[in-house]
Design a protein around this ligand. Structure first.
Ligand code: SAM
Length: 186
């Protein structure tokens, strides 16, 4: 993997597991966008490439990996996203580059633009150190309220404790192994 420092990359096992759980939410026609998480995008497409997958990322080197699916994106210009994505994204997967409220508020601006107003789901991977910020920033559908999921992201060498949140009813079971997920259904 180019560009993402090894310390902030998901481990291969974690990226593959995330890809499997995301695919379980998708059909072949799903519009899914990965924001600031190139390792997750690569693992997802490697498992089974979807034509509706996009990678929104500032590092242009990822354009080489997926020229048709790469969307140049700078979180400091959060409203600057292609019109074709407005209200079109059914699943957004995001890992904000900085752990603070300002960055999450910028991400919210983007997500409000691109997420489908009724079908939209957010999968947010970030540090538990910003858990209080999340409740404040992602407070209304389709971005929130966020539920902490069962998926446990692992990184190369990152010391921060990371977790994964989802914005839909039942998101708590995202990340459970298939057998357990079925048992916990009513
Ligand atoms: C903390 S890393 C998360 C990487 C993720 N764990 C993975 O393995 O794919 C954040 C990502 O945000 C990207 N990034 C940094 N500054 C950015 C900006 N201003 N706008 C958009 N993305 C940015 C980095 O290039 C990096 O890919």
């Amino acid at each position: 993997m180019i560009a993402v420092p090894r310390s902030s990359q998901y481990s291969e096992k974690s990226a593959n597991s995330l890809a499997a759980h995301l695919h379980a939410l998708c059909t072949p026609a799903t519009q899914i966008a990965f924001l600031c998480c190139p390792t997750a995008f690569v693992a997802f497409q490697h498992r089974a490439a979807l034509p509706g997958a996009r990678l929104l990322e500032v590092d242009q080197r990822f354009a080489v990996l997926a020229p048709r699916q790469f969307v140049p994106y700078d979180i400091d210009e959060p409203a600057d996203v292609p019109a074709a994505l407005h209200g079109a994204v059914e699943i957004a997967v995001a890992d904000p580059p900085f752990l603070n409220e300002v960055t999450n508020a910028k991400l919210r601006t983007t997500l409000r633009k691109i997420l489908h107003p009724t079908k939209g789901r957010l999968v947010l991977l970030t540090s538990t150190s910003v858990e209080e910020v999340l409740a404040k920033v992602y407070d209304a559908p389709p971005l929130g309220p966020l539920r902490r999921t069962a998926f446990d992201p692992e990184h190369g060498q990152l010391a921060n404790s990371f977790a994964c949140w989802g914005s839909w009813a039942g998101a708590e079971s995202f990340g459970l192994e298939e057998g357990r997920e079925k048992k916990e259904e009513p």
